[in-house]
Design a binder for this molecule. Structure first.
Ligand SMILES: *Cc1c(COP(=O)(O)O)cnc(C)c1O
Length: 392
């Protein structure tokens, strides 16, 4: 059975989405900035997608700017505000578990004379509102806290953070790349000033994202050149991708009411099944306050990479918590931040579900995973010692 359980990394484009995109590669290829009719049609398609995106998060149409990715939206929000509000101050507050698109941007700003406070998180991955209040200073210009974490799935108290930010007259950006299209978001109700999203995390195409910027906020252009995106983000628009992102977000948000309970129940079946069947395993992230499709589990005494390899043989595609892809042996900064010791962080696997996942697939994983863990542990000297010490 083919089981794609890595939807937090990327998702497949839905057929309905692809169908909407296709004409914009071929017959309707015109440059949206041109004056003839097919170009105007493309301009309208972009504006239609902007409405779909705006509606999904309860924003105004003129508050949405299309970008080339979620990473670009994060970079623009943080560097843009840092630059536009430098005369007010140079202090930024973020969390220790942000995506690298936020963390590395903040680190870059530190080399440019900005000061950054990295809030710690508790063992469930939540930032503390008390810590946040204490961190705010006169010269704080921006709070950037992610909506939901991409590794452990924990959903942060966004409305409460928004309230604190507003009361203290500090701007609030949230990297909502994992949350948009997966849980309810209302930028007005939650007092969000800037929000990043990415098309390919909700069954839209890759290479397109959007940044919501609340009306009235001063944000410098990110790419200079033509007049696209109201002179703030130059470059001929990626019309098919923008159209696809609009369609995908509309479908996802319309289906939230049924998808959230469906995925939550699949998630809990997977988590509870694993914890019951496999000794020395633990769930990472908040038990209930977590993304509907995210299960992140640590298996003691073995390495995540080994588990992934054997899962792959069985057609199960998941991801490990450690940053092995970058060639570094350091475990994930997120797992370390929630207090996991190195050895447990190394034995972590993230299963992330989405639109196409089914209960049959969860049952298949629950059948195939326990023998894989057992097999790897049998080869682990650490596990041997544990068994000996227990007299088994
Ligand atoms: C995937 C992801 C990003 C980056 O989005 P891209 O469109 O791939 O650049 C940023 N933040 C989070 C939380 C993500 O999961």
């Amino acid at each position: 059975m083919e089981c794609y359980f890595d939807n937090a990394a990327t998702t497949a484009v839905r057929p309905e989405v692809l169908e909407e995109m296709l004409p914009y590669f071929t017959e309707s290829f015109g440059n949206p900035s041109s004056v003839y009719k097919i170009a105007q049609k493309n301009k309208n398609a972009i504006e239609n997608a902007r409405e779909q995106v705006a509606k999904a998060i309860n924003a105004g149409v003129n508050e949405i700017y299309f970008t080339g990715s979620g990473s670009e939206a994060d970079n623009w929000a943080i560097k843009g505000i840092a630059e536009s509000y430098a005369s007010k101050g140079k202090h930024i507050i973020t969390s220790a578990i942000e995506h690298h698109a936020v963390l590395h941007t903040c680190e870059y700003l530190e080399t440019k004379g900005y000061e950054v406070t990295y809030l710690p998180v508790d063992e469930d991955g939540l930032v503390s509102l008390e810590d946040l209040k204490k961190a705010i200073r006169k010269d704080t210009i921006l709070i950037s806290i992610m909506f939901a974490n991409n590794e452990i799935g924990t959903i942060e108290p966004i409305a409460e953070i928004g309230k604190i930010a507003r009361e203290n007259d500090v701007l609030f950006h949230t990297d909502a790349v994992q949350a948009v299209g997966h849980i309810n978001i209302d930028v007005k109700e939650m007092n969000i000033d800037l929000l990043s999203m990415s098309g390919h995390k909700f069954n839209g195409p890759k290479g397109v994202g959007a940044l919501y910027v609340r009306k009235g906020i001063k944000l410098n252009p990110f790419i200079h050149g033509g007049a696209q995106e109201r002179r703030k983000r130059a470059g001929t628009e990626n019309v098919p991708a923008i159209v696809g992102m609009g369609k995908a977000i509309e479908l996802a948000v319309n289906e939230l009411e049924s998808e959230v309970p469906r995925l939550t129940s699949l998630r809990d079946k997977l988590i509870n099944g694993i914890l019951e069947k496999i000794p020395y395993s633990r769930l990472n992230g908040h038990k209930t306050n977590r993304l509907p499709g995210n299960a992140n589990i640590s298996f003691e005494y073995i390495e995540g990479e080994g588990i992934l390899l054997l899962l792959d043989y069985k057609g199960i595609l998941a991801s490990s918590g450690s940053a092995c892809t970058s060639g570094s042996l350091d475990p994930s900064h997120v797992l370390l931040a929630i207090g996991l010791p190195h050895e447990k962080a190394h034995g972590s696997v993230r299963f992330s579900m989405g639109h196409f996942n089914t209960e049959e697939q969860v049952d298949y994983i629950l059948k195939e995973l326990p023998p894989i863990i057992e097999r790897l542990r049998m080869m682990s000297p650490l596990y041997e010692e544990v068994l000996k010490s227990k007299g088994e």
